[in-house]
Design a protein around this ligand. Structure first.
Ligand SMILES: [Zn+2]
Length: 157
């Protein structure tokens, strides 16, 4: 009896085979998209799970290749488009993250010849609930304050 775990990293042989169907291009394009999306979230000072996006992509490629190996229909076409249709926004969904801790970030600044330690923002650590990936986001002070503004008093006009 053969037990197989399809959710594993592909072997070297499989990697070689993947390349034959243009996986290299596929991975390259996906990586570019993933990096761009991560950058987008970094600019918003919000967490994004680059790792899960990558792992899910690799899993999808691996499963597709397995199907190609098992399927005797020689004309089987691999629909590579479906990999491009993955909505990466889900890897930035805030519900995906558990807040671990918030730490102040201080920088030494020279003011009137005196060195001062100035608070510049906060470093927020999150853990991705899906695979426990650790993500750290720097939030500048102004952004942090804006986010944590007390809600307007309902009685005041
Ligand atoms: Zn993750």
């Amino acid at each position: 009896m053969v037990t197989e775990n399809i959710f594993r990293t592909p072997t070297e042989v499989e990697r070689a085979e993947m390349k034959l169907v243009g996986n290299k291009d596929l991975a390259y394009h996906f990586r570019k998209k993933n990096i761009a999306k991560e950058q987008e979230y970094t600019e918003k000072h919000e967490p994004y799970c680059f790792r899960c996006a990558k792992v899910d992509f690799e899993k999808a490629v691996s499963d597709t290749m397995r199907e190609k190996q098992l399927n005797t229909n020689e004309d089987l076409e691999i629909d590579t488009d479906k990999f491009y249709k993955v909505d990466l926004e889900k890897y930035g969904d805030i519900k995906r993250f558990k807040l671990i801790r918030t730490q102040p970030v201080k920088e030494d600044k020279l003011m009137d010849g005196i060195r001062n330690s100035v608070l510049t923002g906060y470093s927020i650590s999150y853990q991705c609930v899906e695979r426990g990936c650790n993500i750290c986001v720097f939030v500048p002070l102004d952004v942090y304050e804006e986010r944590n503004k007390p809600a307007k008093d309902k009685t005041s006009k």
